[in-house]
Design a protein around this ligand. Structure first.
Ligand code: TYM
Length: 350
């Protein structure tokens, strides 16, 4: 089975974008793939060093994974910091990646803002740690939202440069693996990872502004639906969601210049595992006054059981910690082998 890896940062409340862009896909991949899902607590300290309760945040993301239907026995769920090989491989990748690559990352530019000199070195090196998260398991598939696309391209660049720069040593160590990339057959140690971004809601937009991504850091809580929102709050946020005055179009092409309408239809499609075309076939020509209540009902039906189960799980932090510990042990077994290989490739005495 192909190996899937993905991570979520324990910063702030999870919202519908995280759920549809990532977690719901994590759940769906479990039948066909071996999956490793990670709460990336070391990434959480790159933009903000001191957190009020990082432990609670980490448990809360873990609870969201479990409540959404991730099975931590058949797959692996753990927190990043307990497998030290992530940070160890990230150091090697810091020496593989070029400063110019990092400077071009749009997320770095956004998060660092105008005062770039004052951003943490960790924020600049963030994508290198992300590449290490994935490649320390030599994962081949990574489900993420559209905003992580550039980071995954960089992950491929790092894997490729490592494979090329060390190609002789990889061969001498007998560690070269044949792989097919597109049509091409190549050999190397690290796979060139495929992002899994498709689906009807790869980029869930703010409910207040269809041109801005739904985000944990938006000052307006009305801009997002949090996984922990109750039914009344979800209804209210959808009722107040910005829309244009036209009814829904008769075909998907009619959504092109209408970001708010496109966003709501995409959300409906993703929540119901249907295509946007399907939703337009059902609701095309109808007013938002009819579509929004249907969307609110659907969102409540899907999200309420998740938030109820999250709360139940969070009542027993001991259980969550045991899941993370068990997952961490199984993850370590894979990561330790990779680091042994990497050390012998580089020539570090082990
Ligand atoms: P993070 O914690 O910001 O977000 C977690 C996941 O949610 C997706 N997402 C969205 N998808 C659709 N619409 C949105 N509005 C939206 N907002 C967030 C993100 O794309 C992500 O999939 N760098 C990563 C965490 C990470 C990681 C990794 C991911 C660290 N190491 C290795 C994959 C593999 C991040 O900050 O995600």
């Amino acid at each position: 089975k192909p190996l899937v890896f993905s991570g979520v940062q324990p910063t702030g409340n999870l919202h519908l974008g995280n759920y549809l862009g990532a977690i719901r896909k994590f759940v769906a991949l479990q039948d066909s793939h071996d999956c490793i899902y990670c709460v990336v607590d070391l990434h959480a300290i790159t933009a903000q060093l001191v957190h009020e309760d990082l432990k609670h945040q980490t448990r809360s993301i873990t609870a969201a994974f479990l409540a959404s239907g991730i099975d931590p026995k058949s797959h692996i769920v753990f927190n990043q910091s307990r497998v030290p090989q992530h940070a160890e491989l990230a150091w090697v990748f810091n020496c593989v990646a070029r400063i110019g690559w990092m400077n071009r990352m749009t997320q770095f530019k956004d998060k660092a803002g105008k005062d770039r000199e004052n951003a943490s070195l960790g924020l600049l090196a963030y994508p290198s740690l992300m590449a290490a998260d994935i490649l320390v398991y030599r994962a081949t598939h990574v489900p993420v939202g559209d905003d992580q696309k550039q980071h995954l391209e960089l992950t491929r660049d790092i894997a490729q440069k490592f494979n090329i720069d060390f190609s002789n040593r990889i061969q001498q160590c007998g560690l070269d693996v044949a792989m097919t990339v597109g049509e091409e057959k190549i050999k190397g140690y690290f796979p060139l990872t495929e992002p899994l971004i498709d689906g009807p809601a790869p980029r869930v937009m703010s409910l207040r502004d269809g041109t801005k991504k739904m985000s944990k850091s938006d000052v307006s809580d009305l801009s997002r639906i949090n996984l922990t929102d109750d039914a009344d709050t979800i209804s209210k946020k959808i009722r107040k969601a910005k829309t244009d005055p036209e009814p829904l179009p008769g075909d998907v092409a009619g959504l092109a210049e209408r970001p708010e309408a496109d966003n709501l239809v995409g959300i409906y499609a993703a929540l119901s595992d249907r295509s946007k075309q399907d939703i337009i076939d059902e609701f095309g020509g109808q007013q938002f006054s009819a579509f929004k209540p249907a969307l609110a009902d659907l969102a409540i039906e899907v999200l309420s059981p998740v938030s109820v189960e999250m709360r139940r799980l969070l009542d027993d932090p001991g259980h969550i910690d045991a899941v993370l510990k068990d997952g961490g042990e199984r993850a370590s077994a894979i990561a330790e082998q990779t680091m042994r290989d990497v050390k012998s490739i580089i020539g570090l005495i082990d």
